[in-house]
Design a binder for this molecule. Structure first.
Ligand code: HEM
Length: 500
């Protein structure tokens, strides 16, 4: 072999080796990209500090909104390097959050704060199988087929309550609606006996229970020995005794279960049997029924007040108010003043007005979970991120409900966005685009029941009163565990001579 041939062969070998190495590197990188997706972008310390003024003036959702605009639909906040909190925003990023199994996406430890309220041996104090069974009793007790008959009782309570208003006056809507929801809960969930014989006592105990659980500290340290927690525990124990007595007396009075007076949630739980045929114990029943009252009180009254504030707002609400009043007029024309479950379903305009108030002002501001297993998520921007085991996961309803690619002019109160031809919550994002009642495995069980109550109340108000908002349109009290309108929501009313 001459020198020239050796030279050419060496060059060819080097070129071949170079090509093989480059190809292998490319393949390796592709493989790496496939197997180890990147971690989500982390909010820098500087960004966190820069967010403080927004946090103090406009609340947490505004901060999350800003971070979402900057970093996309998946990002992590590191709390002093000790805790990693990953935010998932919008339908694309939240599917696993809502649908993952408890062994992957854990919910129970997040709701530990509710154990002293609801009681030992129920819901978030028991294993998953027991909790699922207990929740299935609640689902059954609260499903539309079983609560449609509650409309009569709701109407009676609402009519009785507003009959006490004068011909005209000014009220704090927050106080009125809170009280009404409590009255309805006493009647439809706890039963007629409690409503008629011990309402004041039970309402005081429930208020004690709610007031002393609304502190943020109760969320993080539910057992801290502080005065509010002593008051909470005392109220819960007394409430438990009252409910145990009622359950005992229902079980011992033969035939009472068939009595129409006991068409309430408590009775459905009394009649529930576990798989082994064992009836629920008194403390299980008390825990579940208190849990339902707890889940529905703040949420439903906040929704009822925001519906009013939005409709009575001179800045854009009054056209929708006119449409809702007109709908009531038409319905009265067809059915008279009678109301039942099916007639409530015909109130589509009112339904959209409530739904839109709830979109803009979701009572559950954020939902939390714990990643028990790592998982990967594809952001709306198309990036695939690995969320490591141990991260706290958060989705913010206020931000999710205001995404501009789902809702046109998302900050405008516009109930007609849910109407025929638009249905914005169904076009993009599917089942994860309207988030006020959660979604997936733990979606709200009381949604239909909540709508029933709010529609009974607002149907009565729209038919019988002319209303004006006399205080400024309320700000949101973001600092609360369950945000509500800040301060009083003053409304003037004048009873109509001829109702709608
Ligand atoms: C406007 C009123 C209401 C709103 C906005 C609301 C909102 C929610 C949300 C967002 C969740 C999901 C929680 C999560 O995923 O961690 C939820 C769950 C739940 N809600 Fe509601 N809720 C309302 C009324 C009610 C009422 C009236 C009841 C019962 C009487 C109720 C009972 C429940 C229960 C039992 C769960 C837990 C379901 C589970 O973990 O499987 N809610 N609610």
């Amino acid at each position: 072999m001459d020198l020239k041939t050796i030279h050419v062969a060496a060059c060819l070998t080097i070129a071949l080796l170079f090509l093989i190495t480059t190809k292998m590197m490319i393949l390796q990188r592709k493989d790496l990209n496939k197997r180890v997706p990147a971690l989500p972008p982390v909010v820098s310390f500087v960004s966190l500090i820069a967010s403080l003024p927004t946090l103090l003036t406009r609340g947490l959702p505004a901060v999350i909104h800003g971070l979402h605009a900057k970093l996309g639909t998946v990002f992590t906040i590191s709390l002093f390097g000790v805790k990693k909190v990953t935010f998932l925003v919008g339908p694309e990023a939240t599917a696993h959050f809502f649908e993952g199994s408890e062994s992957e996406i854990r919910q129970s430890n997040i709701y530990e704060f509710s154990v002293p309220v609801v009681g030992r041996g129920v819901l978030y104090d028991v294993d998953l199988t027991t909790r699922s069974r207990q929740l299935s009793f609640c689902t059954n007790a609260i499903k539309p087929m079983n609560v449609r008959s509650h409309v009569d009782a709701m109407v009676q309570e609402v009519e009785g309550y507003f009959a006490q208003w004068g011909q005209h006056g000014v009220v704090d809507l927050k106080h009125e609606i809170w009280h009404l929801i409590l009255v309805i809960a006493n009647r439809c969930l706890l039963g007629k006996h409690i409503r008629e014989n011990m309402f004041d006592q039970v309402a005081t105990l429930l208020n004690e229970l709610f007031d002393n659980t609304s502190y943020l500290i109760s969320f993080f340290f539910p057992y801290l020995p502080i005065p509010p927690h002593h008051r909470r525990d005392k109220a819960r124990s007394k409430l438990g005794e009252i409910i145990h007595d009622v359950v005992r007396s229902r079980r011992t009075s033969s035939g009472l279960a068939d009595n129409n007076d006991n068409d309430d949630m408590l009775q459905r739980l009394v009649d529930s049997n576990c798989i082994n045929g064992r009836p629920l114990t008194e403390s299980e029943i008390a825990g579940l029924v208190v849990g339902m009252v707890f889940a529905g009180q703040h949420t439903t009254s906040s929704a009822g007040v925001w519906t009013g504030a939005c409709l009575l707002n001179d800045d854009g609400g009054r056209d929708h108010l006119a449409a809702a009043v007109e709908e009531q007029r038409e319905i009265v024309g067809r059915h008279g003043h009678r109301l039942d479950y099916d007639i409530l379903q015909e109130m589509v305009t009112l339904h959209s007005c409530v739904k839109e108030a709830l979109r803009l002002h979701p009572p559950a501001m954020m939902l939390f979970r714990h990643a028990s297993k790592g998982f990967s998520v594809r952001s709306r921007e198309g990036n695939v991120y690995e969320i490591p085991k141990g991260h706290t996961l958060v989705t913010c309803m206020a931000v999710a409900n205001s995404l501009p690619y789902i809702y046109k002019d998302p900050h405008v109160y516009d109930p007609s966005r849910f109407g025929p031809g638009r249905e914005e919550d169904k076009v993009e994002g599917g089942k994860f685009s309207y988030m006020s009642f959660g979604a997936g495995r733990h979606a709200c069980l009381g949604k239909d029941y909540a709508y029933m109550q709010i529609k009974v109340i607002w149907s009565h108000l729209l038919r019988n009163f002319d209303l004006e908002l006399v205080s400024p349109f309320p700000e949101e009290a973001w600092e609360k565990l369950i945000p509500e309108p800040k301060g009083k929501v003053l409304v003037s009313y004048r009873r109509r001579v001829c109702s709608a």
